[in-house]
Design a protein around this ligand. Structure first.
Ligand code: G3P
Ligand code: CA
Length: 291
């Protein structure tokens, strides 16, 4: 585990790219994030049926692509909140099939034709220009299909020379997950090669954000990524994490959803750093990060 230098300036993490301004997890959103000065560009990761890492938040393709129109007969029916719903799972499609989809039009007509990027394409764009901040999404679902996300992530990093301090000198890396098992698997595969961050949502707070929980977490990661409300509601949790030397990268600041009392997103982010001890932040608006 790499310990954090407390003197380091907070880091600006472009959440799904500059996703306030361009369709999330497209090369357009990542390019804009770089132009806006993001320190890190986030990639949520999924696996195709042929085992390729692609950048997408959901395990399903329907919210952010036109899959329903292109592959109307390839849905799976699932029950959600007592109702039947059709979904198009990433893991049911090959990369070649996914590459036929439009991942931009849902956001705006000017983004028509944007494609779902592979993680390799994200590396090709970001490497040497900013850090990368991939998240292993739903790794247990892929493991059940015989696809090990962590092993593939490690393979791709190594193939790009990002498994060495020299490789990471101009492309620093954090790997994040809500899954403790996934992060422990990264530790087992790579030791301290990559900085790791335990994401924490509301349902995990009672186990991971206690004093004992944080001590356990500090054994396998370098930082935590809590939902903002979890540290805003109880700042002692952030103080306990900092006392353990953990980074704190809360999610997510959106200029369109500011809490009362803050003039703008910059003032809100400044509050997270100065008053709550955050050492970075996920934001859809990397251009509004206070320097
Ligand atoms: O990874 C930090 C934040 O992105 C977690 O939430 O759902 O946007 O991946 P989500
Ligand atoms: Ca994420």
């Amino acid at each position: 585990m790499v310990t954090t230098d407390p003197g380091t300036a907070p880091v600006n993490i472009a959440h799904r790219g500059a996703s306030a301004y361009a369709p999330e997890h497209t090369l357009a959103a990542y390019t804009l994030a770089l132009e806006m000065g993001a320190d890190y560009v986030e990639q949520d990761l999924q696996l195709t049926s042929d085992g390729v890492l692609v950048c997408m938040h959901d395990t399903t393709l329907d919210r952010t692509t036109n899959v329903e129109e292109v592959f109307p007969d390839r849905a799976t029916e699932v029950e959600q909140r007592g109702a039947l719903r059709q979904v198009w799972r990433v893991s049911d499609f090959t990369l070649a099939e996914i590459k036929t989809l439009d991942a931009g039009s849902w956001f705006g007509p000017e983004f028509a034709g944007e494609r779902v990027p592979t993680f390799q394409e994200a590396i090709d764009l970001v490497k040497g220009r900013a850090g990368m901040y991939p998240e292993t999404k739903s790794p247990e679902e892929y493991e059940a299909l015989g696809l090990t996300m962590e092993a593939e992530l490690v393979r791709v990093f190594a193939a790009n020379g990002l498994d060495t301090p020299a490789g990471q000198s101009d492309t620093p890396i954090y790997v994040q997950s809500f899954s403790p098992a996934s992060l422990k698997q990264m530790c087992a595969l790579t030791g301290d090669t990559y900085k790791l961050v335990q994401l924490i949502n509301g349902s995990q707070a009672s186990t991971l954000l206690t004093d004992d929980g944080l001590r356990d977490v500090a054994d396998y990661v370098d930082g935590i990524g809590p939902a903002i409300a979890l540290i805003a509601d109880d700042p002692s949790r952030a103080a306990a994490a900092r006392a353990l030397g953990l980074d704190i990268h809360p999610y997510t600041v959106r200029a369109s959803q500011l809490p009362d009392g803050f003039a703008d997103a910059g003032a809100y982010m400044r509050h997270l750093f100065d008053d709550l001890g955050a050492t970075g932040v996920f934001t859809d608006n990397p251009d509004l990060f206070p320097r």
